[in-house]
Design a protein around this ligand. Structure first.
Ligand SMILES: Cc1cc2nc3c(=O)[nH]c(=O)nc-3n(C[C@H](O)[C@H](O)[C@H](O)COP(=O)(O)OP(=O)(O)OC[C@H]3O[C@@H](n4cnc5c(N)ncnc54)[C@H](O)[C@@H]3O)c2cc1C
Length: 547
């Protein structure tokens, strides 16, 4: 029998949130990090624009708070917003002290000031960045500090399958005890025990056919937390990034919002500028408005894409500010210094997630959630650009401090039952996984995408129930693989999104439905909170109840 693996703190996920937390804790605890791919692979690595924080003397905390709340369309938790914004400058100083090479003013290495850019929804320049590859700079700096720390053990190519809770083991408490983990290189499942477990698994945008996210974004943490008995909040609010590079035969990648911030214009194929018809802020309107406007124009004209043009700026400025976009578009035949970039919207960010408190704690004892997988109340119904890395960094630090202060009272890892494979065999029909994977992401795009309706959501519900049934049956009969684990999580997350969208009988922020096209002003805006049934361990969704 394989031996249980124990640590003080087990962090599932190695994006900005997970790595920042590990460095907060490692001087005082034995920390392990699980990453289902290589250490740096995840959304954090691909973040381009930057991190928002009040760093310019002409900017104010009040202004950043007000902009965030304005974007959040009535659902931001004001105290959380203020708390995160106030911690912003400190979070950036910490990154600078840990060697993150942010772009300096005037491009000079000697300058002591940093260049700040402006993005949609922000009323000041407050986005600090490392050219247009900020995530790369942050992730690699944190990863090298993590690799060098003797108290941190790394498990790359290890995917967590499910959380082990006291309740699942028949104990009378709601404690998280560990997780089962598939070692992807050796194909074996181990039980990992810890005094404290942290979900830092990122978002769920992979549930949609078109996404800016890497393959890691399959909502594993949200699905695992739901199955373990945690509440999940506001899953109807998916952000669609308005401008992903469009190419009929290449994978889409994101064109940073900073291109619009620096004067990029959105154009129809005939060269008409159209954003002002939708919002007086034009190209600088919040993302949901821009994404819906593009979606509307594409459907109205039956076109495959619109265009984003920055070519009126000097070529040297473009190459300097957007080296990644310049290089990647160039590889696909578009010289952005001379011609407009073909763009379409794509699923980009999961605003909802595992319900957490001000310390990152979930509903289960000793289980925390941070980063995109968590719902903290910062983003409300719509995330403002560059606030998500900020949330990762601030909540990693705050959760780290809370864990440090409480670790001595958290029990030592319990003895966990070994993973039982006695009743499963190797799969005989891999096609079930690949077919269901494609079907799920296609109907989520068509029926639960940028524009929804009661009918579309009902169609999606019928399909997701069937897929969940098939996938659960398959999961009980065959050995787990990476694809099966991710598909099981994606279908769970899809069900949570559809249910949340059905419960919101209004349009607000990122959730737009043709049947209720305006916000419901008759009552105060409320979060959509899905509560798992304590008695139902399979955690099927109650499609008929009120939550
Ligand atoms: C293209 C792009 C550009 C962006 N630009 C910006 C920007 O400019 N500014 C900004 O603020 N935000 C930006 N965002 C959003 C931001 O990058 C993410 O919200 C943030 O990086 C999420 O960090 P995270 O640590 O929560 O998760 P991630 O960075 O996604 O990391 C998740 C980690 O969890 C691991 N994992 C997941 N499931 C499992 C499992 N079951 N077992 C083991 N490990 C698991 C993954 O391997 C990975 O290590 C962008 C996102 C994308 C995709």
């Amino acid at each position: 029998m394989r031996k249980q693996i124990n640590h003080d703190v087990l962090i599932i996920g190695s994006g900005a949130a997970g790595l920042r937390l590990a460095l907060e804790l490692a001087d005082s605890a034995r920390v392990a990090i699980l990453a289902k791919r290589s250490l740096t692979e995840g959304s954090s690595l691909y973040a381009q624009g930057g991190v928002s924080a009040v760093l310019d003397p002409r900017d104010t905390i009040e202004s950043h708070v007000a902009d965030t709340i304005n974007a959040g369309a009535g659902l931001c938790h004001e105290q959380v917003v203020r708390f995160v914004v106030e911690h912003g400058p400190g979070a950036i100083r910490w990154l600078i002290d840990h060697g993150v090479p942010f772009t300096r003013k005037d491009g000079s290495e000697k300058s002591t000031e940093y260049h700040l850019t402006r993005e949609g929804g922000h009323s000041h320049r407050r986005v600090i960045h490392a050219a247009d590859a900020t995530g790369h700079a942050i992730e690699n700096s944190l990863a090298s500090s993590v690799r060098a720390h003797k108290n941190i053990t790394l498990y790359e190519q290890h995917i967590a399958i499910d959380l082990i809770t006291g309740q699942k083991l028949g104990m009378n408490d709601n404690q998280c005890l560990g997780t089962y983990v598939l070692d992807l290189e050796h194909g074996k499942v181990d039980a990992f025990g810890a005094r404290c477990i942290v979900l830092a698994t990122g978002g769920a945008s992979k549930v949609y056919l078109y996404t800016s996210n890497p393959d890691t974004a399959s909502g594993d943490g949200i699905a695992m937390a739901w199955r373990a008995g945690c509440r999940i909040t506001n899953m109807e609010f998916n952000q669609f990034h308005p401008t992903c590079f469009y190419h009929p035969h290449a994978r889409s990648f994101l064109i940073t919002e900073a291109v619009r911030g620096e004067g990029g214009c959105l154009l129809l194929p005939d060269g008409e500028r159209f954003m002002e018809r939708f919002d007086s802020r034009g190209e600088l309107a919040p993302r949901d408005i821009v994404a819906r406007a593009i979606d509307h124009e594409m459907k109205r004209l039956g076109i495959d894409c619109v265009y984003l043009d920055i070519s009126h700026k000097p070529a040297v400025f473009i190459k300097d500010h957007f080296p990644t976009a310049y290089k990647r578009c160039g590889e696909l035949g578009v010289d952005i210094t001379r011609e407009p970039i073909p763009v379409v919207p794509a699923a980009h960010y999961t605003c909802g997630g595992v319900a957490t408190d001000r310390h990152g704690r979930t509903d289960l004892n000793n289980l925390y959630a941070i980063g995109e997988t968590a719902h903290t109340g910062l983003h409300g119904a719509n995330r403002m650009a560059s606030n998500s890395l900020l949330e990762c960094l601030v909540f990693a630090q705050i959760a780290g401090e809370h864990i440090q202060n409480n670790l001595s009272q958290m029990p030592q890892p319990a003895d966990l039952p070994a993973w039982d494979e006695s009743r499963v065999t190797d799969s005989d029909e891999e096609v079930v996984v690949s077919h269901n994977w494609d079907e799920l992401r296609r109907f989520m795009w068509d029926y639960v995408g940028i524009v929804r309706s009661n009918k579309r959501l009902e169609r999606a519900r019928r399909r997701v129930e069937l897929l969940q049934h098939e996938i659960n049956e398959y999961y009980s009969n065959f050995r787990v693989t990476n694809d099966l684990i991710e598909l099981r999580n994606l279908v769970q997350v899809a069900a949570l999104i559809i249910r949340s969208a059905q419960l919101r009988k209004e349009s607000r922020g990122l959730h737009f439905t043709l049947d209720y096209p305006t916000p419901d002003d008759k009552k105060a805006p409320e979060d959509t909170i899905l509560v798992p049934d304590e008695k139902n361990l399979s955690q099927d969704i109650d499609w008929t109840g009120t939550n």
